[in-house]
Design a protein around this ligand. Structure first.
Ligand SMILES: Nc1nc2c(c(=O)[nH]1)N[C@H]1C(S)=C(S)[C@@H](COP(=O)(O)O)O[C@H]1N2
Ligand SMILES: [Mo]
Length: 329
């Protein structure tokens, strides 16, 4: 876990690590031509072997040349895995409200209105509240966290988020002693989010955590990545990030956070209860009914073994002491 404490509301670019600036500038300045050429290169290059050490410069899937070792050595997670490129993180997304095509989310979400935006904190709390997005940035210390994101579909990325621990917001709301769970809800607006017109899922997207999971210091509300505000495709203006759980728990574009004594039913639990449970902890030993979870494709690097709790076992395994992780999947 890499925590760089950030103070203040907006992170001035002078405070962003030179490595990130380097990485982002490298990508922002690359023209479409370079990317297209890279894609060609990528097409005729095999996936690196699974044994590739993560510290080896990881090129992104656009095939762009890897940054120099010196430039990326700091922009890694605590396991030494290089952060994915800004392009990868913002152009390969799951956001079913817009489309199920990961490579078209960015384009279809581009005009999504994320301002003004309010987040309601409600339910079993002594201090319910309505927060403007700027309140969230101002009232809670913004930090940078480099986290692995492991999708249940067996691909993964390393993402440098900005945000703040959800615990800070919950503490401000003062949960009542009967509160046991936190339920999160995405904006419901089928005009802006055409995917919500599909009756296949029970909209709006909802997710849930046990209160102790929600209070865990690794659990954050993210408002940015790579030193910039979130783009719509990544869940602007504010989304959850729970790095030891499958990516679908990290609900995007949140408008409501409710404390409750009932275990919330998530959109995915409702859609396919035998495939998606409440916990959804990353677990290489418990396969998805339709595919193995033993390994994953780290975008830009290649296939590698999946780690228990996505590599955060030291910090979170105690939350599940004595639980049958096969039954509580
Ligand atoms: N509202 C909402 N949140 C969502 C999703 C979604 O479809 N809708 N997809 C989830 C899934 S499956 C993953 S893997 C992550 C992807 O986050 P990213 O696109 O920012 O990498 O968002 C999660 N949060
Ligand atoms: Mo996912």
């Amino acid at each position: 876990m890499l925590i760089k404490k950030r103070t203040g509301i907006e992170i001035p670019s002078s405070q962003i690590t030179p490595e990130h600036l380097y990485l982002s500038r490298r990508h922002f300045m690359k023209g479409a031509a370079a990317i297209a050429a890279g894609a060609l290169l990528a097409a005729c290059r095999p996936d690196p072997p699974t044994t590739l050490p993560p510290t080896v410069a990881a090129s992104d899937e656009t095939g762009a040349a890897p940054a120099t070792a010196a430039a990326i050595s700091v922009a890694t997670d605590e396991l030494g895995r290089a952060v994915n490129s800004f392009e990868s993180i913002t152009n390969y997304n799951n956001y079913y409200e817009f489309t199920v095509d990961k490579q078209r989310v960015a384009e279809l979400a581009a005009d999504f209105q994320t301002s003004p935006w309010r987040v309601v904190v409600t339910g079993m709390v002594d201090k319910p509240g309505i927060y403007e997005i700027d309140d969230l940035r101002r009232k809670f210390d913004q930090e940078e966290r480099i986290y692995r994101l492991r999708c249940v579909e067996a691909w993964s990325m390393v993402i440098p988020w900005q945000g703040f621990p959800l615990a800070q917001l919950l503490q401000a709301a003062q949960p009542q002693s009967a509160a046991k769970y936190v339920r999160f809800q995405t904006l419901y607006d089928p005009e802006q989010m055409p995917g919500q017109k599909s009756s296949r899922y029970e909209w709006p997207y909802t997710e849930g955590l046990r209160l102790d999971e929600a209070m865990h210091p690794l659990t954050i509300l993210a408002t940015g990545l790579y030193g910039r505000d979130l783009l719509p495709q990544n869940g602007a203006p504010v989304r959850l990030v729970v790095p030891w759980k499958y990516g679908f728990k990290s609900i995007k574009s949140i408008v409501q956070i409710e404390l409750t004594d009932v275990m919330p039913t998530s959109l995915w639990m409702a859609a396919a209860p035998h495939e998606y449970g409440f916990y959804a902890n990353v677990n290489p030993e418990v396969d998805h009914p339709r595919w193995s979870q033993a390994s994953e494709r780290l975008i830009g690097v290649g296939r590698q073994e999946t780690l228990m709790f996505n590599g955060y076992a030291d910090q979170v395994a105690a939350l599940y002491a004595g639980m049958d992780l096969r039954r509580n999947f």
